[in-house]
Design a protein around this ligand. Sequence first.
Ligand SMILES: [Zn+2]
Length: 297
Amino acid sequence: MRLADQILTGVHKAHVRLAERQWRSGRGDARTWTWPQAALDSKLTGTKQCNICGWRGTAFVEVHGMTEHSEGALCPVCGSISRDRFLYWCWVRRTGYDRGARVLETSPRLNEVYRDRMGQRVDYVSSDYDESAHRGAIRLDLQNMDLPDNSVDVVLTPHVLEHVPDTHKALSELYRVLKPGGHVFLQIPLPQAKTAPPTEPEYHGDMTLVYFRFGWDLADTIRDHGFACDVLVTSELRDAAAAGRSFSYGGADCDVADLMAGADAGSMTVVADEKQAARHSFRPAFQFVTFDCHKPR
Ligand SMILES: [Zn+2]
């Protein structure tokens, strides 16, 4: 074996041991620890990285031929797609670590292994509305949440609100259950500049009906419910908005020209630079927007 290969093998073994030790007895922000399995499956010279499980490699797995899409770029270890990683990224970047934090995730895509790891990181509970597409630990209707007032520190809600008939009820309920100082990280598809119902019935992959196609004005709707709201994006999206640029995109699911024509760089908060976005595959940039809804203390 060549010396370079021997060194790489040694570094890889040390990486695996470190990951195992951290999960047993580590200190610091457990949200950033590498899963032992991810350490084992990593190619440390790769330029891609999953910020959920810590896997590193040369390329994410294509989904339906897509690498750069919010629903693409699958992590081979935890199964995250790009938007899962961006939501997680926003949570880690925007809140301090608290092992005892009550974290509710609505309809997570990821499996039992992920949920188990989340349970080791924070006081985690996942929910689902009807258990048709995902199996959540509790059933929950966002419009009528069976949770006490001021009981949750963080809500992670990926691509759920567009399937809820009454946006206002859902936002009121999220505000009610959140502790003062808590955050809701709200992710929805943003297919156009202004919110409107679909002009014809629209379903997503798991056959759930879409009630709203949201736009940038969702931030003001969120503020109307008492939250402070920051619109979290990558630097590439903010820069494009500032320059009045759009993106070329072949998909029919988003009117990019309309979305970018209504984009206001001044109202965006950058949470990932170009290098970070490339590493974790937060591209194309216009598909990576997360609303950080913060309940004042
Ligand atoms: Zn992963």
